[in-house]
Design a protein around this ligand. Structure first.
Ligand SMILES: Nc1ncnc2c1ncn2[C@@H]1O[C@H](COP(=O)(O)OP(=O)(O)OP(=O)(O)O)[C@@H](O)[C@H]1O
Ligand SMILES: Nc1ncnc2c1ncn2[C@@H]1O[C@H](COP(=O)(O)OP(=O)(O)OP(=O)(O)O)[C@@H](O)[C@H]1O
Ligand SMILES: [Mg+2]
Ligand SMILES: [Mg+2]
Lengths: 246, 246
């Protein structure tokens, strides 16, 4: 199962979710690979993985997929990836480069999670073309919710042109503070607009999640009894249950 | 004076700052133009500007610069802009397209502010090539601070290759909560690393700033006595003073 963790709105918790869902799934006995598809390389850095050698950039240019064993297996990224958009512009089937790289690895893992950059360019299109599902972390704020319909349009386009099996795996709220009226209103709005897709588990605002990357640790290692660890574990349990049913 | 408001880290307050610094400068009697250079078009949407007609996308493809009079003059954006990276890939002097569009308008305004997307691709490179200064909104969090050195590298590259006059106009902290130890530690770190560039004014976490875009209002209109309005006005005063000196 290949899952893109994507939202072109910036700062909504894509990287934080890729790491803590990924490790959570591993803690439940699943074999997991994380792909850092963002030139910012936040996932690579947050897990303390070296990126001085081969990265996803080299693989998209023709090399082997560089899998680095860490807490979970990781394919690192680096700032070089920022150049890939113009470098792939004239390549035949440029949308399917990542799909071809991941297909040989699909049987080795239960879950391959792709941390997407905050944009709808060629990298995100590659992720959607390679994926079975898209998970959308959503900040309960106005600008984040209003961008959702554009995401759905792009997804629909990729489904009809390149990847007929692609579907929304789910939407989950992040950085949620129930004391804020704005957050509570947006939650109601999302439940109305996307009743089927919204996960019951909500990730609350929790500073431990922002502190964990400083020492290159995931939340279960940094602060196992925090709200952050509790919320991501609940989400992981819900994800596993949802996939068992289908 | 052309200023890019940029940080490739997502969700740090670029759009919120472009709007509230822009309107703040106008309230102090300056002539201001805002450029939305993000395919998400959050600035366009937050000011209630129509983007069904011509946008910055059309201008970068050869049309006139479409200036829409609103609270301040705005050049709107739309999702079409997401395609510009591959469409400009083989164009001669693709980095200077925006500079050529803005030069004829430079004398009509005291300030032209460019709201940049969360990436270091061709759009941000165009913004840096066209600008006199870069303002960097910085969330006082670990991942945001660590991305700063990459921004500086790209800026250095543009300065040596395309725009020798480019400089850092300043770094200012956003979404700051002095109760969070993490925020206070990062503030100390930034002051040590960039003593010259850090503005004294800090933008505190304030939910009014997140609510204002819902009714397409800037902060001075939505909640003039809020911390958000107070903080952005202080920053605007500091910006004007800094430019008066030079
Ligand atoms: N639930 C949470 N509570 C508190 N802080 C959080 C939470 N989730 C993420 N953060 C912090 O918020 C910031 C943004 O999160 P993150 O970098 O994961 O988002 P992103 O969507 O990957 O950003 P980008 O768009 O730049 O890739 C980070 O500093 C992170 O540590
Ligand atoms: N000082 C603040 N206090 C509280 N909320 C804020 C503040 N500044 C911005 N916000 C909110 O945080 C979110 C991110 O801000 P904004 O969209 O301006 O960031 P950005 O850097 O432009 O994001 P992107 O990288 O997606 O372009 C928005 O929902 C905004 O309303
Ligand atoms: Mg990220
Ligand atoms: Mg923005």
């Amino acid at each position: 199962m290949i899952i893109s963790i994507s939202n072109h709105k910036g700062g909504v918790g894509k990287t934080t979710s890729a790491i803590n869902i990924g490790v959570g799934l591993k803690n439940e006995g699943k074999k997991v690979l994380l792909i850092d598809l963002d030139p910012q390389a936040n996932l690579t850095q947050s897990l303390g993985v070296q990126n001085a050698g081969k990265t996803i950039y080299h693989a998209m240019k023709g090399d082997q997929l560089p899998v680095v064993p860490a807490t979970v297996d990781v394919v690192p990224s680096s700032i070089d990836l920022a150049a890939i958009e113009s470098e792939l512009a004239s390549k035949i089937a440029r949308e399917s480069v990542l799909k071809k790289l991941l297909t040989p690895h699909k049987d080795k893992y239960d879950y391959i999670l792709i941390d997407c950059p905050p944009s709808l360019g060629i990298l995100t299109i590659n992720a959607f073309t390679a994926s079975d599902e898209i998970f959308i972390p959503l900040q309960a704020e106005y600008l984040a919710l209003s961008g959702l319909s554009k995401m759905m349009e792009i997804m629909e386009l990729i489904r009809s042109e390149l990847n007929p099996g692609l579907k929304i795996g789910g939407i989950f709220l992040t950085q949620f503070d129930s004391r804020r009226v704005l957050n509570r209103n947006i939650l109601e709005g999302v439940k109305d607009q996307f009743p089927q897709e919204v996960f019951k588990s909500i990730i609350r605002e929790n500073v431990s999640l922002a502190e964990a990357p400083i020492s290159q640790r995931h939340i279960y290692d940094y602060s196992a009894r925090s709200k952050g660890a509790e919320d991501y574990m609940a989400l992981v349990t819900e994800i596993i249950k949802k996939h068992r049913k289908t």
